[in-house]
Design a protein around this ligand. Structure first.
Ligand SMILES: Nc1ncnc2c1ncn2[C@@H]1O[C@H](COP(=O)(O)OS(=O)(=O)O)[C@@H](OP(=O)(O)O)[C@H]1O
Length: 264
């Protein structure tokens, strides 16, 4: 059964969560005034949005870095499509789509506002049809890559952040022209470890999931925060099918992806 209209709101060809989308706000975005020092984080769902929100806010604000100011991640870095704020620096985070698929499958089954899937097979169909919030992953990554010279964009790969968090924090702070001393860098990194994000209720969206987004079970918003977990969830046949679709769609695409923890 196609439940697209129940869960997804199609705004100018792009799917948003119907439950939280605000069409009046979206229609007015073209007129919104941008400040020079505003910053965008751009991601396809399940690619590291919250992680990046957390790193940025602890680079910018001492009180977030040293935990003297307790503010929910969502209030520190609001979502443009669900709030009104537009920046000029853009940080695009991308992740290998097999891990996105698995992470998104678990998340969709946790949230009342997203269409649940019976199993990975069922979700794979929705994902490759682009019938999910964020629409088709292939369009998302291509769209951003094709416009990489039109904006001030820093592209970061989730897997590289995972392999070398220090270099990633330094790259982001340098892009934002924020000087951090060694102690600050350590504090940002401490905030951005997976263990911290997963278990700190201010970081892990617990309250928002509970009160605003209609969580349907007690599973965590964060699964394993790792590279290669898809291997435990996709069958050999599903993986081969994924590879065939990926090769067909991405054969001329120059960015490389890291599929495995041991890959360089
Ligand atoms: N600190 C840290 N380190 C490593 N990985 C992290 C971290 N914080 C979040 N994550 C992982 O990011 C995945 C969720 O992505 P998003 O935040 O983009 O999700 S959402 O679209 O905003 O719902 C989700 O991936 P999975 O664990 O594979 O589901 C999170 O665990």
């Amino acid at each position: 059964m196609d439940n697209t209209d129940t869960y997804l709101l199609n705004f100018e060809g792009y799917y948003l969560v119907r439950f939280t989308a605000n069409t009046d706000l979206l229609k007015n975005l073209d007129d919104f005034e941008i400040r020079d020092n505003d910053v965008f984080i751009v991601t396809y769902p399940k690619s590291g949005t919250v992680w990046a929100q957390q790193i940025l806010s602890s680079i910018y604000f001492e009180g977030h870095r040293n935990r003297t100011e307790m503010v929910e991640t969502l209030d520190r870095v609001p979502f443009l499509e669900y709030n009104l704020l537009i920046p000029l620096q853009i940080i695009y985070i991308y992740r290998n789509p097999k891990n996105i698929l698995v992470s998104y499958f678990h998340f969709s089954n946790m949230m009342a506002g997203l269409q649940a899937a019976e199993d990975i097979e069922d979700f794979m169909k929705m994902f490759f049809d682009g019938k999910v919030t964020g629409s088709l992953w292939f369009d998302h990554i291509r769209g951003w890559y094709e416009h990489r010279h039109d904006f001030n964009i820093l592209s970061m790969m989730y897997e590289e952040m995972k392999k070398d968090l220090r270099s990633s924090v330094l790259k982001i702070s340098s892009f934002l022209e924020r000087q951090l001393n060694e102690e600050d860098v350590e504090a940002v990194m401490k905030q951005a470890t997976f263990q911290n994000t997963k278990f700190d209720p201010q970081e892990n969206y617990e309250q928002i999931l509970k009160h605003d987004l209609g969580r349907t079970d007690e599973g965590s918003f964060l699964c394993k925060g790792t590279i290669g977990d898809w291997k435990h969830h996709l069958t050999v046949e599903q993986n081969e099918r994924f590879d065939r679709i990926f090769q067909r769609k991405m054969k001329d695409f120059p960015l490389k992806f890291i599929w495995d923890l041991n890959e360089e």
